[in-house]
Design a protein around this ligand. Structure first.
Ligand code: TXA
Ligand code: MG
Length: 347
C-alpha cells in the first residue's frame, strides 16, 4: 500500500486535504494525525472492520481497547450508555485537552473498538488538525498512538513514517506535538474515579474538580506484582534495543554512579539520559539531554524522541537520571520505568 503523506499547516488548515482524509476514514481506512499529546492512528470507531485494521497495522494485541476521539460534547452522549456528572464537569474544565475518560459504552460502539469491554474510552483532543479530521470523518475516530506496538509513541510525523509507512492510507504531518506523553486516563465507570494512566492532567487537577480520585495501585512502583487496570498498561511499552536502567538518588551521587558504571564500558556502547543541568558532568559515553529541569514540559516532550534516537546508535546500555518533577514527574517516571522494564537503581 502507498501511504499518502500530507503536510497540514495548523494555522491555515487545508480543507481539501482534511476532506480527503475524512473520506478515507469513512470508507474504513487508516489515517495518522497529530494531537497535542502524540500522533494517533485513526479509524472509524463505529465500524468493527476498521478497528481490526488498526490492530493489524500496529501489531497490537486485540484485547487492548482503543480511545474514541470526538470533536463535540453530544458525541459523548451517543457513545456512552450513562454519563456521570463528573464527566460533564471534567469535560467542561479540561476539554479539548489531554484527558481520556472511561464510561460505560452504548450499544452502537462495537466490541472490536473496546477490546471486548463494556466500557469505552473517550477524549476530545486539543489540536486543530485532529478536531477538523474528526468532524470530517463523521465524529467518532478510534485512535491509538501511531507507533508499531512496543515502540515509543510518535511525537513527530517522521516517527509515524518510520513505523507505519506502507501499512496505512495516509499521514497528516502537523509538525512536532506539544506535550509528548499520552493523555491522562481516568475511569469514571466505577464508584470512585480512578487514574489508569498518569499524564499532563494530574491527580490534583482532577481532584480539584470532582473531589476524591484514586490512583490505580498497579501503576505504582512498589506494586509491580499487581496488574494495571488499563489493558495497555500491562505491556512493556518500549523495549529499546539497549538495556535501560533508571538511577535514582541525590544528583551528585547519581552522576558519580553513572560515571563509574560507564567507565567500565566502551564509551560508544554506553548511553546516558540527563538534563541541561548535568550535561557537562558526564565526560564519557553517548550523552543526551532531555531539556532543563526548570521546564518539565520540555522533558516530557523530548523523552520518546530521545529513546528513538538511541535505537539508531550502537549503545548497549542506557543509564537515565530519574525525574521526580512536581507536575509531570509521575507521568514521566511511569513511561521511563515502563521503557526500562522497571529496572531501577536506588542510591
Ligand atoms: O494521548 C493519547 O491518549 C493518545 C492520542 C493519540 O490520543 N492515544 C493513546 O492511545 O495513547 P493508546 O491506544 O496508545 O493507549 C490507550 C490506552 C491503553 O492503555 C488502553 O488499554 C487504555 O487506553 N484503554 C482504552 N480503553 C479502555 C477501557 N475501556 N478501559 C480501560 N482502559 C482502556
Ligand atoms: Mg500507545
Amino acid at each position: 500500500m502507498d501511504t499518502i503523506i500530507n503536510t497540514v499547516e495548523t494555522i491555515q488548515i487545508d480543507q481539501q486535504v482534511i476532506r480527503r482524509a475524512g473520506e478515507i476514514i469513512r470508507q474504513g481506512g487508516l489515517v495518522a494525525f497529530p494531537t497535542e499529546t502524540v500522533y494517533g492512528l485513526g479509524a472509524d470507531a463505529l465500524q468493527p472492520q476498521a478497528a481490526k485494521k488498526i490492530y493489524a497495522a500496529k501489531g497490537r494485541p486485540s484485547d487492548n481497547p482503543l480511545i474514541i476521539h470526538v470533536a463535540q460534547w453530544p458525541a459523548v452522549e451517543r457513545i456512552a450508555r450513562r454519563v456521570p456528572e463528573s464527566a460533564r464537569l471534567l469535560a467542561e474544565k479540561f476539554w479539548p485537552g489531554p484527558l481520556t475518560m472511561i464510561l460505560p459504552k452504548a450499544e452502537c460502539v462495537p466490541y472490536e473498538t473496546t477490546g471486548g469491554l463494556d466500557t469505552a474510552a473517550v477524549r476530545m483532543p486539543d489540536h486543530p488538525v485532529a478536531l477538523a479530521l474528526i468532524a470530517a470523518a463523521g465524529g467518532y475516530v478510534a485512535a491509538p498512538s501511531a507507533n508499531v506496538s512496543g515502540r515509543p509513541s510518535p511525537t513527530r510525523a517522521e516517527h509515524v513514517k518510520e513505523d507505519l509507512e506502507g501499512r496505512i492510507d495516509m499521514i497528516l504531518d502537523g509538525g512536532p506535538v506539544g506535550i509528548g506523553l499520552e493523555s491522562t486516563i481516568v475511569d469514571l465507570s466505577g464508584e470512585i474515579p480512578m487514574i489508569l494512566r498518569p499524564g499532563a492532567i494530574s491527580q490534583e487537577m482532577l481532584a480539584q474538580v470532582i473531589g476524591k480520585v484514586e490512583m490505580d495501585q498497579g501503576l505504582l512502583e512498589e506494586h509491580t506484582d499487581l496488574r494495571p487496570k488499563a489493558p495497555g498498561m500491562k505491556y512493556r511499552h518500549y523495549a529499546p534495543k539497549a538495556k535501560l536502567i533508571v538511577v535514582d538518588g541525590q544528583s551528585e551521587q547519581v552522576i558519580e554512579k553513572i560515571n563509574a558504571l560507564v567507565a567500565q564500558m566502551e564509551p560508544s556502547k554506553a548511553g546516558i539520559i540527563c538534563t541541561e543541568e548535568t550535561l557537562n558532568q558526564y565526560p564519557h559515553g553517548v550523552v543526551k539531554s532531555l531539556g532543563t529541569r526548570e521546564d518539565e514540559e520540555s522533558i516530557a516532550r523530548n523523552l520518546y524522541n530521545i529513546l528513538r534516537e538511541f535505537d539508531q546508535s550502537e549503545v548497549e546500555v542506557i543509564y537515565s537520571e530519574a525525574f521526580q518533577t512536581p507536575k509531570m514527574g509521575q507521568a514521566i517516571m511511569n513511561r521511563l520505568l515502563k521503557a526500562a522494564g522497571h529496572q531501577k537503581m536506588i542510591l
